[in-house]
Ligand binder design. Structure first.
Ligand SMILES: *Cc1c(COP(=O)(O)O)cnc(C)c1O
Length: 403
């Protein structure tokens, strides 16, 4: 395995370090601490003259394998993983920011990211400003004053808004800001923000990287100097560390990521086409479709559309609930990026707390459904969606889970 290998190979092999037993699969080091052969060796480990694991809050061999694999996949100089995606975003921001700094973010962010920017950072005297991510004029106006950090998500949750990452990164850099991209919806396979000018990429590994609904995890990727000098001391001392067991699950998840994302994209495109033909459905948003408002931009920075399809039922909340309650295959869940198809009604769940006004601004109406397309046969997924559509107007109660 070397750095020239293609991404599918790096996903399977990068970072693997075999023990003297020669195991095929990555070893799981379920240990909190490490021992030293002498007091001198302990001293050398702590003064940095001898590389030696010290404590799993700082580092663990299974966790290192995951970090090295993710760095190789993203072609980033370095990576640190965390217990959740939110821990990754929080650490990336708080390790870098201080009182008096200024953050500019796109408005269409994952709910907890929105909370960090709107509520948490101002408590520490950090000025924050939201812009409509697709409006370059708003970014330009925001960068008339210096900024410290930019946080963007593209495509965004749940409306699949696409942000011109090349243009925003160039403007942000001119204003002195470091650009953090939350790349969860695109995955490392469909979009590589570092090649578009971003400085830092963050993931919730809970989503496609695990991809099988088993474990939480997060990752931060960037250059070695920032990861080791800025992020690592913050993680080491504040402790959002990933469990070695979850690191091991995520290593196994990465091995099938390319297959799952490719299969998910194929199914999502079929599902989007099916939905677009239904008279009860207004808009269908999917980046590879020509009717996506930023289709050309999306295709200039993404290699496929992803596994999420967002659409709007004409009948509002009542129709959305009747539609979802009729499913026998698709589960109602606020999670995404799973091998099982999951449907969310953002207005009453994931985006309930941001309030009606902010939802209206983001286009999250009461008829919007976000569908995370899983790995089931697309014909079965479409049949279940058809069952949902047929139930609109019926006032039928929720069916029990599939018999
Ligand atoms: C899920 C998600 C997060 C948060 O990740 P957790 O692992 O749930 O903490 C952040 N950003 C996006 C876009 C997500 O989908």
């Amino acid at each position: 395995m070397n750095a020239d290998h293609r991404i599918a190979t790096r996903l399977v092999q990068a970072g693997l370090q075999r023990t003297p037993f020669g195991e095929t699969s990555e070893a799981l080091f379920l240990t909190s601490g490490f021992t030293y052969s002498s007091a001198e060796e302990a001293e050398a480990a702590f003064d940095g003259t001898k590389p030696h694991y010290q404590y799993s809050r700082f580092g663990n061999p299974t966790v290192t394998m995951l970090e090295d694999r993710l760095a190789a996949v993203e072609r980033a100089e370095a990576c640190r993983v965390t217990a959740t995606g939110m821990a990754a975003i929080h650490a990336a921001m708080l390790s870098h920011l201080k009182t008096g700094d200024r953050v500019v973010a796109s408005r269409a962010l994952f709910g907890s990211c929105h909370w960090i920017v709107s509520t948490l950072l101002p408590r520490y005297g950090i000025e924050t400003e939201f812009v409509d991510g697709h409006d370059l004029g708003q970014w330009r106006a925001a960068f008339e004053r210096p900024a410290t950090m930019v946080l963007v998500e593209s495509p965004s949750n749940p409306m699949l808004d696409v942000i011109d990452l090349r243009a925003v990164c160039a403007m942000a850099h001119a204003a002195g800001a470091l650009v953090v991209v939350d790349n969860v919806f695109a995955t490392p396979l469909l979009q590589q923000p570092l090649t578009l000018g971003a400085d830092i990429v963050v993931y919730s590994c809970t989503k496609h990287i695990d991809g099988q609904g088993r474990a939480l995890g997060g990752a931060v990727l960037g250059n070695k100097e920032w990861i080791e000098g800025t992020l690592q001391p913050f993680i080491r001392n504040t402790g959002p560390s990933l469990s070695p067991f979850n690191a091991w699950l995520l290593l196994k998840g990465l091995e099938t990521l390319a297959l799952r994302v490719e299969a998910g994209c194929q199914r999502a495109a079929i599902v989007a086409e099916f939905l677009s033909q239904q008279s009860q459905i207004g808009r269908v948003l999917y980046p590879t479709r020509k009717d996506h408002p930023q289709h050309e931009l999306a295709m200039s920075q993404m290699s496929d559309g992803g596994t999420l399809v967002t659409f709007e039922l004409k009948g509002g909340k009542a129709a959305a609930f009747e539609f979802m309650n009729a499913f026998r295959l698709i589960a109602i869940s606020n999670n995404l990026g799973d091998s099982k198809s999951l449907a969310t009604h953002p207005a009453t769940t994931t985006h309930m707390r941001i309030g009606a006004e902010e939802r209206a601004r983001l286009g999250i109406t009461d008829g919007v459904i976000r569908l995370s397309v899983g790995l089931e046969d697309s014909a079965d997924i479409c049949e279940d969606l058809a069952r949902g559509i047929a139930a609109i107007g019926s006032s039928a109660p929720r069916r029990q889970a599939a018999e």
